[in-house]
Design a protein around this ligand. Structure first.
Ligand SMILES: Nc1ncnc2c1ncn2[C@@H]1O[C@H](COP(=O)(O)OP(=O)(O)OP(=O)(O)O)[C@@H](O)[C@H]1O
Ligand SMILES: [Mg+2]
Length: 509
C-alpha cells in the first residue's frame, strides 16, 4: 500500500515542499528512509515506531520504505517525524482520509507528543503560496504560523489528538492569530535618563532617522553604553513586512514560541566580545542565523569594539555592505538577510583617557596607535557617523532639568523615515544610508552656499570621495529631520561635525 503526505523543509529562510511517500509491501520487517536524509531523520524511524505503538496503533511488520522527495535535496532535522507517522498509518490502513490539501510538520517524542521545529513561519508562508489549505503543526509554536492569513493552522499536542481529528472523532480548532497589540513588547530604556550629552543624542537621532551606522568614542563612564542601550526606544516602528522578515529569522533559529510568536519591534542585539566569528555571522554544523542576522531590520551593537577579534570584525564587512550574508556548506550555500544599523562604542585608548579635557592619559603614543589600529579600517569606512562622547559635567549630571524623552525623539525619527520611504518607493531601498552614488546625485540637492561650504571643507581637509559621499548622505538625513527639500549650509556643517573623529584619531577623511 502506498501513501503520499506533504511536508516542508527550510533552507536558509526559504521553505520548500517535501513529499513524504510511503510504501508498505510484503516481506520481512524492514523500515528505511531514503531521499538524502541526515542522521537525525534516520533516527525518525525509532520515534515513529515507538509513537505508533504507544498510541495503541498497529505498526506493520512488513517492508516499509519512506522516500522524501525531491530526492536530490539534502534533508535535515526532525521535522519529518509527523508526516512519516501519518504516511505509515495511511499506507497501513489505520487511517483513511484525504490529506492532499494539508501539510504536516513536527518532531515526535517516543510517547507521541509533538515537539517544536525550526522555521515554521517560513513554512507557513510557502504553504500559503502553494495553495495549501491546512497545516498541522506543533501546538507549542502554532501561533507563529497563524499570522499567515488564508491557511488553517491546526495546533497538535500529540498523536492521539491528531488521529482523533483525522478520523473525525474529536475536532481540533484552528489556531487564532494574535494581533501586534496582543504580543507583549519589551520594556525599553528611555533617553530621559541621560543627563546632558545633547550632541550624542542628536547624533543618535540622525543615525536612527537615516539608518546610518554609528560609532561612539569616549572615556570610561561618559555614558556610551547607556546611550546605545536606549537606541531601541527611538527607532522607527517596524512595518508588517519587516516584522515578518525578522520573525522568519527568529523562527529559523528556534527562538519563537506561543508567548513570543513574532518580533514586532526592531531587534537590538549586543553580543559580547568573546562571541565567535561563526556565532556573529551565522553557520555551524546545523546552520543557524548569527547575531548580525538576528539584528535584521534593527541594530547590531558591539560595545568595546577593539576587544572584538579582528576576524570577527572582518566577517562583518561584506554583510554590512550587502545586507545579506552567504554561508557555504557542503550541501550548497545558504543566505540570511542582515539589513542592520551597526552601532559600536569604544574608549580611545587602553586607559580610556586619551584626549580627555582634564585627566591625563597614561598610555604611550604607540599604545594609543595600536589600540585604535585594532579597529579594522574597512569597517570604520562603513560607519557614517563617528562622534566623541565627552565626560558629562557635574552640573549636567545633577541638573533638575529633565532631558527630552524617547517618545518625542522617536516621532521626529518616524517622520524622517516616512519622507525617505516616499522618496525611495521606486528605488528598492528604504533609508538614506542605503543610497548609491546615483541616488546621491538625484536626491541630494545642495543650496548654493551649502555647495560652496562643502567645496571649501573638501579642499581644506583633503577629503576622499568616499568621505564626500558620507557627508552628503548624513546631510540628507539632517535635512529630512527638519522637513527640508534641499540641503542647507547648516546641514552640511552638522554633517562635518558628525565626522570630527576621523581627523583626531584616525586621520582618515
Ligand atoms: N550622561 C549621563 N547621564 C546620567 N547618568 C550617566 C551619564 N553618563 C554616565 N552615567 C552613569 O554612569 C554609568 C556608566 O555609564 P556607561 O556604562 O554608559 O559608560 P561608558 O561610557 O559605556 O563607559 P565604559 O567606557 O567604561 O564602557 C551609567 O550607568 C549611568 O549610571
Ligand atoms: Mg561602556
Amino acid at each position: 500500500m502506498f501513501s503520499e503526505v506533504n511536508s516542508m523543509g527550510v533552507w536558509g529562510i526559504e521553505a520548500y515542499k517535501v513529499s513524504v511517500e510511503t510504501n508498505i509491501s510484503r516481506g520481512n520487517a524492514y523500515f528505511d528512509i531514503v531521499g538524502l536524509p541526515d542522521t537525525s531523520i534516520r533516527e525518525s524511524r525509532e520515534r515513529v515506531r515507538s509513537s505508533i505503538r504507544n498510541n495503541n496503533l498497529r505498526f506493520p511488520a512488513s517492508r516499509i520504505v519512506v522516500n522524501l522527495a525531491p530526492a536530490d535535496v539534502k534533508k535535515e532535522g526532525s521535522v519529518y517525524d509527523l508526516p512519516i507517522l501519518v504516511g505509515v498509518l495511511l499506507a497501513n490502513g489505520e487511517l483513511d482520509c484525504d490529506v492532499s490539501d494539508a501539510v504536516f510538520v513536527g518532531e515526535l517524542s517516543l510517547k507521541g507528543e509533538i515537539r517544536a521545529v525550526k522555521g515554521l513561519l517560513s513554512m507557513a508562508i510557502k504553504a500559503k503560496e502553494l495553495g495549501i489549505k491546512r497545516m498541522f503543526v506543533p501546538e507549542s509554536i502554532a501561533v507563529q504560523a497563524a499570522v499567515v492569513e488564508g491557511i488553517d493552522v491546526y495546533p497538535v499536542k500529540n498523536v492521539e489528538k491528531l488521529i482523533a481529528h483525522l478520523k473525525g472523532e474529536e475536532e481540533i480548532l484552528p489556531q487564532k492569530a494574535k494581533s501586534f497589540e496582543e504580543i507583549k513588547q519589551p520594556d525599553l530604556l528611555d533617553f530621559a535618563d541621560v543627563a546632558g550629552q545633547s550632541f550624542a543624542k542628536q547624533a543618535v537621532e540622525i543615525a536612527c532617522a537615516g539608518g546610518h551606522n554609528l560609532l561612539l568614542i569616549g572615556p570610561p563612564g561618559s555614558g556610551k553604553s547607556m546611550i546605545a542601550k536606549r537606541i531601541p526606544s527611538v527607532l522607527p516602528s517596524l512595518t508588517f513586512d519587516e516584522a515578518i522578515e525578522t520573525s522568519e529569522i527568529y523562527s529559523v533559529s528556534g527562538s519563537l514560541d506561543n508567548k513570543h510568536p513574532m518580533i514586532t519591534t526592531r531587534p537590538f542585539r549586543s553580543p559580547h566580545h568573546t562571541v565567535s566569528a561563526a556565532a556573529l555571522s551565522g553557520g555551524g554544523t546545523s546552520p543557524t542565523p548569527g547575531e548580525i542576522s538576528l539584528a535584521h531590520n534593527g541594530v547590531l551593537f558591539l560595545d568595546e569594539l577593539p576587544e572584538f577579534p579582528r576576524k570577527s570584525m572582518e566577517t562583518l564587512r561584506q554583510p554590512l555592505e550587502d545586507g545579506k550574508i552567504t554561508i557555504s556548506r557542503v550541501a550548497g550555500s545558504l543566505t540570511y538577510p542582515c539589513e542592520v544599523m551597526f552601532v559600536a562604542a569604544m574608549n580611545p585608548c587602553p586607559c580610556g583617557y586619551f584626549g580627555h579635557p582634564k585627566r591625563k592619559c597614561t598610555c604611550s603614543s604607540v599604545a594609543v596607535k595600536n589600540y585604535l589600529g585594532k579597529v579594522s579600517g574597512p569597517l570604520l569606512d562603513r560607519i557614517d557617523i563617528q562622534i566623541e562622547v565627552p565626560p558629562v559635567s557635574y552640573d549636567e549630571l545633577v541638573s533638575k532639568k529633565s532631558s527630552e524623552d524617547s517618545e518625542s525623539i522617536r516621532k521626529r525619527v518616524e517622520n524622517a523615515r516616512n519622507i525617505q520611504r516616499q522618496r525611495f518607493k521606486d528605488d528598492k531601498i528604504t533609508c538614506n544610508a542605503q543610497m548609491s552614488t546615483a541616488h546621491l546625485k538625484k536626491y541630494c540637492v545642495l543650496e548654493d552656499d551649502a555647495n560652496e561650504y562643502l567645496k571649501l571643507g573638501f579642499e581644506r581637509l583633503s577629503m576622499s570621495g568616499r568621505a564626500y559621499d558620507r557627508i552628503l548622505k548624513v546631510a540628507r538625513t539632517i535635512a529630512d529631520l527638519r522637513n527640508g527639500e534641499t540641503i542647507s549650509k547648516k546641514d552640511i556643517a552638522t554633517a562635518f561635525r558628525l565626522r570630527s573623529l576621523d581627523k583626531k584619531y584616525w586621520n582618515n577623511l
